[in-house]
Design a binder for this molecule. Structure first.
Ligand code: NAP
Length: 295
């Protein structure tokens, strides 16, 4: 169920498009954006920090060149993490800041870097233990009234932290690390909370960050790969598609935030989330991840 926001079936994560990955130039970003849009993937997931505070600007250079894209892309971005780097030499150490002043400044920066008129979804990137929920909610109201941000959510929040802010302002998303490689959200109540509140969760690192495709000795990854062999034949798909299909079976309709920089893999992902797995196969993969039989 979704309240207001309509996510595409998969979301294009932008963390690895620039400095932290593919290092695309403007042409590279443009091809990636066009490729995603052609596949019906119009949600692009950013954060101010990606690429060391550089990826939003690089992505925005495409929108400056191609203003037609402004009305086609739907932008999620995040704020509140601070760390020292070339673009932020004044920070002395890592910290979180979700004060009204910082949220407003970050939103204004993101709008101008990305060259868009509004942000579809703004997320507080990590739980800030000094968060003043009432002040943040008032800031969200103001940003929404000004037309700068349509919807608000959080990322990496526990159920308690979500409840607190949600009691002051209706949040529509919790962006979580969840995959066959990282099961916490199934057991710590965060996915249950999403179901209870009719919130569509989004999954970061849905392929565990990609190490499973490498020559890894990680035992969990090896077990998953072994269990996947037969199921890839059953469902006529590859390993990444099986991992994404597994997530998509959850009743909340978890949307994967893809980390790929390749349009061909976005295309595979769009097909993957339509695969229907049997419950028996779903639990088989769960057991492979956990390394023991379910009770
Ligand atoms: N909220 C948060 O705290 C948070 C934290 C981290 C990330 N995120 C968001 O989540 C998005 C996804 O995270 P992620 O990048 O860790 O996701 P991921 O999809 O788990 O991992 C992506 C990595 O896997 C590789 N990969 C994908 N399919 C592959 C295949 N079939 N064979 C070999 N390699 C493959 C990709 O390389 P190729 O480019 O070569 O395909 C890329 O390096 C990010 O872009 C960001 O938007 C949010």
């Amino acid at each position: 169920m979704e309240s207001g926001i309509k996510f595409s079936s998969v979301i294009a994560g932008c963390m690895r498009l620039g400095e932290w990955g593919a290092k695309y130039d403007t042409d590279g970003y443009e091809k990636f954006i066009d490729g995603c849009l052609d596949l019906g993937v119009d949600n692009f997931d950013h954060a101010d920090i990606y690429g060391g505070f550089s990826t939003e600007q690089e992505f925005g250079a495409v929108i400056k060149r191609r203003p037609d894209l402004k009305s086609k892309v739907k932008i999620t971005t995040k704020c509140s993490i601070k760390f020292p780097c070339d673009n932020r030499p004044n920070y002395k150490s890592k910290f979180y800041d979700s004060t009204p002043e910082d949220i407003i400044k970050s939103v204004d920066n993101s709008l101008s870097y990305l060259n868009v008129d509004s942000i579809e979804l703004l997320l507080l990137h990590r739980p800030d233990l000094l968060l003043d929920a009432r002040a943040v909610a008032d800031t969200f109201v103001e940003l929404n009234k000004q037309g700068k941000v349509k919807y608000f959510g959080v990322s990496n929040y526990t159920t308690d932290q979500f409840d607190l802010l949600n009691s002051f302002y209706p949040l529509i998303n919790n962006q979580l690390e969840v995959s066959l490689l990282h099961l916490d959200a199934f057991y710590n109540g965060t996915l249950n909370q999403c179901q209870k509140l009719d919130i569509t969760p989004t999954a970061w690192s849905p392929l565990g960050g990609g190490t499973i495709f490498k020559d890894t000795q990680d035992e969990k990854a090896l077990r998953i790969k072994e269990a996947a062999k037969d199921l890839m034949v059953t469902y006529n798909c590859n390993l990444s598609q099986l991992l994404l299909a597994w997530l998509a079976q959850h009743p909340t309709g978890i949307r994967p935030l893809l980390g790929t920089s390749k349009v061909s893999r976005v295309e595979e992902a769009v097909k993957a989330v339509n695969i229907k797995m049997t419950r028996a196969d779903w639990y088989l993969m769960l057991e492979a991840s956990r390394g023991h039989e379910i009770a």
